[in-house]
Design a protein around this ligand. Structure first.
Ligand code: SF4
Length: 372
């Protein structure tokens, strides 16, 4: 099937056969244009056989899932300053790790990060396994992360597949099938292209090309080292690949959240259940998040509740959440699950983005026109 696809798309605009893109071409480009990133070994050093620290590569790759390089930079530095070695991270209390992670989202990643550090220390004497299979045994390390660490930190012939690499491959070889059905074919192209010489630099070179040149919109084909070998460029298809299947609308869940403030200004927050969305994270208490047309109002305690204007909206991967907010001054002795925390101390707790949005929304209204 792949051979058929290659045959059909192996032509340029004039109908002539195009040669395969060469890994050496992009490695030469990488030697001159590699992004300087704090977790990386620069190509000049890597050519001498020096490798990036597996702990740094692992930490950065976990942080970079669903997050941009610009956002990750300061977090990466903060983690390294605080936990310079994997053993330091393994010995840290989970709450400290979650608090330091706050703002990066997807907290399951932070929990797995901590678990993974502990497994590396306890089962592998603090040394990361150097194969994809060995790495995949660890918590939170999937196909992509295992391949990225194996290639970048251990120079293994591995092919990490992220959005950047998929886009470059789908254009180079004109993979016309919509995503995600195209993934296996794109992967085969990527595996075939991965060289035995400098596979770690090669992986980072393709990542860089996708991030800086072969961008989702308006790719800069004029400065691309692979332009002569790119079927999409030759056939005028760069703007339409990779093709996407339109995403179905995400369902909307609704709930009412209750801001309870004590006489001394402390606010009641509670921890979400360990499993499920934002597992174990602190939240302003709310009713269950349900797919319902109307907001249900089930206050946890009796009080003079005030409706706050507007809604807090938050997108998760598979659903959108709308929270209506109510606020009340309550007696600190009321029976309600949670802990009372002064607003000024919120920064010392691992508050997920959703909770921060709720806090911002409340503080924008209470005391400014709305009295409790
Ligand atoms: Fe991407 Fe254009 Fe380069 Fe093709 S020529 S790989 S579309 S930047």
């Amino acid at each position: 099937m792949l051979e058929g696809l290659l045959e059909n798309n192996n032509v340029g605009s004039t109908g002539t056969l195009m040669p395969e893109p060469k890994p050496a071409t992009i490695l030469e480009w990488y030697d001159r244009h590699a992004r300087r990133l704090p977790w990386r070994m620069p190509p000049a050093q890597s050519r001498k056989g020096r490798r990036a620290d597996p702990y740094h590569v692992w930490l950065s790759e976990v942080m970079l899932q669903q997050t941009t390089v610009v956002t990750v930079g300061p977090y990466f530095q903060k983690f390294l300053d605080r936990w310079p070695h994997v053993s330091d991270l393994a010995a840290a209390p989970l709450d400290d790790v979650l608090t330091a992670w706050a703002g990066l989202g997807y907290y399951a990643r932070a929990r797995n990060l901590h678990k993974c550090a502990q497994r590396v220390v306890h089962d592998h004497a603090g040394v990361f396994p150097d194969t994809e299979d060995g790495l995949r045994e660890l918590p939170g390390i999937g196909l992509y992360t295992a391949a990225a660490i194996a290639a970048i930190a251990f120079n293994r012939n591995a092919s990490p597949m992220d959005g950047n690499i998929e886009r470059v491959m789908s254009r180079l070889f004109v993979v016309d099938t919509p995503m995600p059905a195209a993934k296996p074919l794109i992967r085969e192209h990527a595996i075939r292209m991965t060289p035995n010489t400098r596979p770690g630099d090669y992986a980072q070179a393709v990542m860089d090309l996708g991030a800086t040149v072969c961008t989702p919109r308006s790719p800069k084909c004029g400065i691309c080292p692979w332009q002569e070998n790119c079927r999409a460029f030759a056939q005028g298809l760069t703007e339409v690949l990779p093709r996407r299947t339109p995403k179905p609308e995400r369902p909307v869940r609704r709930a009412t959240a209750y801001w309870m403030v004590r006489k001394d200004g402390a606010v009641l927050l509670r921890r979400r259940p360990e499993s499920g969305l934002l597992g174990g994270m602190m939240e302003v208490p709310s009713g269950p998040w349900e797919e319902i047309g109307e907001f249900r109002d089930t206050p946890p305690v009796t009080a003079d509740w005030v409706d706050l204007p507007g809604l807090v909206e938050h997108g998760f991967t598979h659903l959108r959440l709308e929270l209506k907010l109510k606020a009340a001054r309550v007696d600190g002795r009321v029976k309600a699950d949670g802990v009372w925390i002064a607003v000024a101390d919120f920064d010392n707790h691992a508050l997920p983005t959703l909770t921060r949005k709720v806090v911002r929304h409340v503080l924008a209204h209470v005391g400014r026109g709305i009295k409790l």
